[in-house]
Ligand binder design. Structure first.
Ligand code: DQA
Length: 147
């Protein structure tokens, strides 16, 4: 039997507080719920998942570098680093893997500083404003790209 392909699921700063942080914007589901949802959506597509969440840019960058060795794609909600981090963008470019960018909220309906993403133009898939379901959709679309 061949080894299943793996996705790296990356959640950036403050997403550890999902469920209790601004629930009117981000909903009541927790990070554990998101990771379980992604794992199950990936399993349906025959993919494994390695999940990382960190509030530290360098930890996220190291995890993305490591994905070069054993992952087939990356699902990422970079949180506020979306709008600020050229370093995260460079790490994603270096990984040379297909990317699905997810935002729980519709960033385009929010403050102007959330309208620009350093990731969207290098992503295969961008899902915004669909809440946690956006992660499952992103996995399905990434699986399609990978097949
Ligand atoms: C977010 C949107 C970002 O602007 C914000 O900084 C987050 C969460 C989202 O999922 O909607 O932390 O990425």
């Amino acid at each position: 039997m061949s080894t299943p392909k793996r996705l790296l699921l990356v959640n950036g700063p403050n997403l550890n507080l999902l469920g209790s942080r601004e629930p009117e914007v981000y909903g009541r589901d927790t990070l554990a719920d998101v990771e379980a949802l992604v794992t199950s959506a990936a399993a349906e597509a025959g993919l494994e998942v390695r999940a990382v969440q960190s509030n530290h840019e360098g930890v996220l960058i190291d995890a993305i570098h490591a994905a070069r060795d054993d992952c087939a794609g990356i699902v990422i909600n970079p949180g506020a680093f979306t709008h600020t981090s050229i370093a995260l963008r460079d790490a994603l470019l270096a990984a040379e893997l297909p990317i699905a960018e997810v935002h729980l909220s519709n960033v385009h309906r929010r403050e102007p500083f959330r309208h620009h993403s350093y990731v969207s133009d290098i992503a295969e898939v961008v899902v915004v404003g669909a809440g946690v379901h956006g992660y499952a959709f992103a996995v399905q679309q990434l699986a399609r790209v990978l097949s």
